[in-house]
Write a protein that binds this ligand. Structure first.
Ligand code: AMP
Length: 283
């Protein structure tokens, strides 16, 4: 496994391979990340993984310095998962001195995580543009766990003509339903238990959808009631939106069974705000 730091080193390492699957991460890896690496390994000649805690996607009051890191462990996990190249840039390798260029994906970033975290997707789109420009992968592997990020990056990759195929892989969960996240490490035992309200709410909404509930307000209320019943949970949003445009389905409207919906939520439990989502399948 080749470990590189600078852009030039990454370009040189990449040139040794034909088809490349690329998995961008912020490190502190778990099975969710590793599922992407393994899938990329199955589908591509070689796998490149980046580990970079990207400062531009954190707001001023967010957890940039506290974000968990363990590079040695990450590298061992990536070796075991079959990664070929790991890019661990320093901040100045990504943002050269004097950098003033940003990538803004509009409209899709006005809602959900974009509304809750102003500037977040500008940071994500900018770093992924730089990572793609240097790595020039055949395919990029992203997790459904960050549903809006996947929609935003798909739009960006199409609009900017990268020509990179996008694979969105399913959310990996603990046996009890909690979506794996590097931020779960902030939770104590009681909070870890309380965090199950996210998947419980999403499962209840899915069950309601599958048994015929089509009213957007009723589906939202079903999820909200489960989360607000959890004393340690502070609900930021619970959304039932169009899966492509991310536009919220209005209260009085019925969902189109042929389109389905993206149901997503953000809930603060102690320190971290956890996000999770499900897609209501078209019927
Ligand atoms: P992060 O390190 O949080 O930036 O995540 C890197 C990539 O892993 C993103 O594409 C995430 O969507 C994906 N990811 C994070 N958690 C999960 C999970 N539980 N299941 C599947 N993919 C995930």
């Amino acid at each position: 496994m080749h470990i590189v730091t600078t852009r030039d080193q990454m370009r040189t390492a990449r040139a040794h391979h034909g088809t490349i699957g690329f998995v961008p991460t912020m490190g502190y890896l778990h099975e969710g990340h590793l599922s992407l690496v393994r899938r990329a390994k199955e589908e591509c000649g070689a796998v490149a993984v980046s580990i970079f805690v990207n400062p531009t996607q954190f707001g001023p009051t967010e957890d940039l310095t506290a974000y968990p890191r363990d590079l040695d462990r990450d590298l061992q996990l990536l070796r075991d998962a079959g990664a070929d190249i790991v890019w661990t840039p320093h901040t100045h390798d990504i943002y050269p001195t004097g950098a003033t260029t940003y990538v803004d994906v509009t409209t899709l970033t006005d809602t959900l995580e974009g509304a809750r975290r102003p500037g977040h997707f500008r940071g994500v789109a900018t770093v992924v543009t730089i990572l793609l420009a240097v790595t020039t992968p055949t395919r990029i592997y992203l997790g459904q766990k960050d549903a809006q990020q996947a929609v935003v990056l798909r739009r960006m990759i199409t609009d900017l003509g990268f020509g990179t195929d996008i694979v969105i892989a399913p959310t990996v969960r603990e046996a009890d339903g909690l979506a794996l996240s590097s931020r779960n490490t902030y939770l104590d035992e009681d909070q870890r238990h309380a965090a199950l309200c996210l998947s419980r709410a999403l499962n209840a909404v899915t069950a309601a959808w599958l048994t015929g509930e089509r009213n957007a307000a009723a589906l939202r209320a079903c999820g909200v009631s489960i989360i607000t019943a959890e004393p340690l949970a502070d609900l930021a949003y619970f959304s039932v939106a169009d899966p492509d445009t991310l536009v919220e389905i209005p209260d009085g409207s019925a969902l189109d069974p042929a389109r389905g919906a993206l149901v997503s939520t953000a809930v603060t439990i102690g320190v971290p705000t956890l996000i999770d989502n499900v897609i209501l399948p078209p019927l």
